[in-house]
Write a protein that binds this ligand. Structure first.
Ligand code: FES
Ligand code: FES
Length: 183
């Protein structure tokens, strides 16, 4: 895992590397350049368009994914550093016919505008609630502060998530399904 912005190679001549990992429960093997990021691998090589490209430098949270259950900015992780890891994107959140409760909550909040920030926000919230099932409103706001909504709806979106937290606790955070596309 890298702490800062991945270094780009001065030229594109570095030898390709093989990255074997699991993405949304499926084994994947990708041949890529060593300087490419996990964001590049997921979005460009694997075609997972829900992993958004925003700032590209760890400031907006649009590219948030779960890496072994932990929320990370995929633009800050070099693809080779994800070898052997389990990656989850919103495409992998559901199982069995309906959207994840947090996705539904955001839709019902009426705050979703362009949707650019939604996948990252949902995944960051999933990771946060896995660690802290009963966060205070302030903890929720702080935990989601790094996921910027460029449409200016961040506060409403976080309120929507907050409203869904009690029901989520009752169901043990049970997953929804693939039936919806909140991306
Ligand atoms: S694109 Fe990764 S944090 Fe903005
Ligand atoms: S809804 Fe547009 S960026 Fe958040």
């Amino acid at each position: 895992m890298t702490a800062g912005r991945p270094r780009r190679a001065a030229s594109g001549t570095a030898a390709p590397v093989v990255v074997a990992l699991r993405v949304n429960g499926r084994a994947c093997r990708v041949v890529t350049a060593p300087h490419r990021t996990l964001l590049d691998l997921l979005r460009e090589d694997l075609g997972l368009a829900s992993v958004r490209r925003g700032c590209g430098r760890g400031e907006c949270g649009a590219c948030t994914v779960l890496l072994d259950g932990r929320a990370v900015n995929a633009c800050l992780v070099l693809a080779p550093d994800a070898r052997g890891c389990e990656v989850t994107t919103v495409e992998g959140l559901g199982a069995g016919g309906s959207v994840h409760p947090l996705q539904r909550a955001l839709v019902e909040s009426g705050a979703v505008r362009c949707g650019h920030c939604i996948p990252g926000l949902v995944l960051r919230a999933v990771a946060l609630l896995a660690e802290h099932p009963a966060p205070s409103a302030a903890e929720l706001r702080a935990g989601l502060a790094g996921n910027v909504c460029r449409c200016g709806a961040h506060a409403q979106l976080v309120r929507g998530i907050a409203l869904a937290v009690p029901a989520l606790r009752e169901t043990g955070g049970r997953r929804g399904g693939r039936g919806g596309r909140v991306q």
